[in-house]
Ligand binder design. Structure first.
Ligand code: AHM
Ligand code: MG
Length: 335
């Protein structure tokens, strides 16, 4: 078997995207091109992250982002790379980024799509060599092509996403994305400069052995969340928390598990952002047979009212999210 001596690799991501497009006779190829642009930017960022400790870009800038959080040089570089890639392509009319207060206009009024992106999530982990990620959601604009974007192009519920994905800059760099027909994962082969299909048709296990939450805040969680965590511990579920969302999500997606970022005193609506973190991960988890809720409603059904809004989130294996709701019902019944 020659595969023993050469690297056995699956279909390259470009070919995979093209193949998927050919299955939709009316597809124009715009979404495929947009996905390719994201792929290219991610390769550059993967390279920058790999040598961050040598080039000194893991450090801080003197600026803060819209959330009042310090910005790292890599945050700024990652945003710049995606911005450039999406501006050079002609498919996107505007971009919402975690790192920019205002919408970034690409100048491509003919672009059919808008993109919401967290260019480098968990970037505080870079200087200790822990994995980080990029998260993106793609929406079709609702305003007419040929004109400038409108706020309504962005303020759409998660169910309106046409594609979403993440890149995990981990021990390997991986791209995981969905266009609403299941979830596929691709691993980057740096010597070939290409992503190859390594995780076809990802299905999230219905149960899992781990939960991911920052227990620093445990005394501030609601009674529902406290009781749920108590029950998970009683069932001998273990904790796994990197503090880098894409990593925690990815592990739970492949192995089964649940991730929680509930409301706390500091973050009364949860810490994570609806439009460029939660919607994307909710779309992916649902496509893989998992679930995502804010404790009241399905994350996918939330229609944002502002660009940078936050939401509590409980996301992961269906059985584990169901159990959270069982706890909620029990508590409201006892009241
Ligand atoms: P960021 O978007 O500023 O990088 O913050 C998001 C990160 C997530 O990656 C992670 O899950 C979470 O914040 C960790 O927060 P905490 O340190 O409060 O547990
Ligand atoms: Mg983030």
């Amino acid at each position: 078997n020659l595969d023993t001596f050469t690297s056995p690799v699956g279909i390259a991501v470009d070919r995979f995207i093209a193949k998927r497009q050919s299955e939709f006779p009316h597809a124009t190829g715009d979404l495929s091109q947009l996905l390719r642009d994201i792929v290219i930017a991610s390769k550059i960022i993967s390279r920058e992250i790999n040598r961050a400790g040598l080039s000194g870009i893991e450090g801080m800038t003197e600026d803060e982002n819209i959330q009042g959080e310090p910005q790292r040089m890599l945050d700024v570089i990652a945003e710049y790379r995606f911005k450039k890639a999406l501006m050079n392509g002609q498919q996107v009319c505007a971009i919402l980024s975690e790192e920019s207060d205002d919408i970034i206009e690409t100048g491509n009024h003919d672009g059919k799509y808008v993109v919401a992106i967290d260019p480098l999530d968990g970037s505080s982990n870079v200087d200790v060599n822990v994995s980080v990620g990029t998260i993106f959601s793609i929406y079709k604009r609702v305003s007419p092509q040929g004109e400038p974007f409108t706020k309504e192009d962005f303020l759409q519920p998660g169910t309106a996403q046409v594609a979403a994905g993440y890149i995990l800059y981990g021990s390997s760099t991986m791209l995981v994305y969905t266009t609403g027909c299941g979830v596929n994962g691709f691993t980057y082969e740096p010597s070939l400069g290409e992503y190859f299909l390594s995780h076809p048709n990802i299905t999230q296990p219905e149960d899992g052995e781990y939960y991911s939450v920052n227990e620093r805040d445990k005394d501030e969680f609601s009674r529902d969340v406290k009781t749920y965590l108590y029950e998970l511990k009683a069932k001998k579920k273990g904790t796994r928390y990197v503090g880098s969302l894409v990593c925690d999500f990815h592990r739970n997606l492949l192995k089964g598990g649940v991730y929680l970022y509930p409301a706390t005193e500091k973050y009364t609506k949860g810490k994570l952002r609806l439009m460029y973190e939660c919607h994307a991960l909710a779309f992916i988890t649902e496509q893989a047979k998992g679930r995502a809720t804010n404790g009241d409603i399905r994350i996918m059904d939330i229609k944002p009212t502002e660009y940078h809004e936050r939401t509590p989130i409980i996301v992961g294996s269906k059985g584990l999210v169901d159990e959270f709701e069982d706890v909620q019902k029990l508590i409201s019944f006892k009241k």
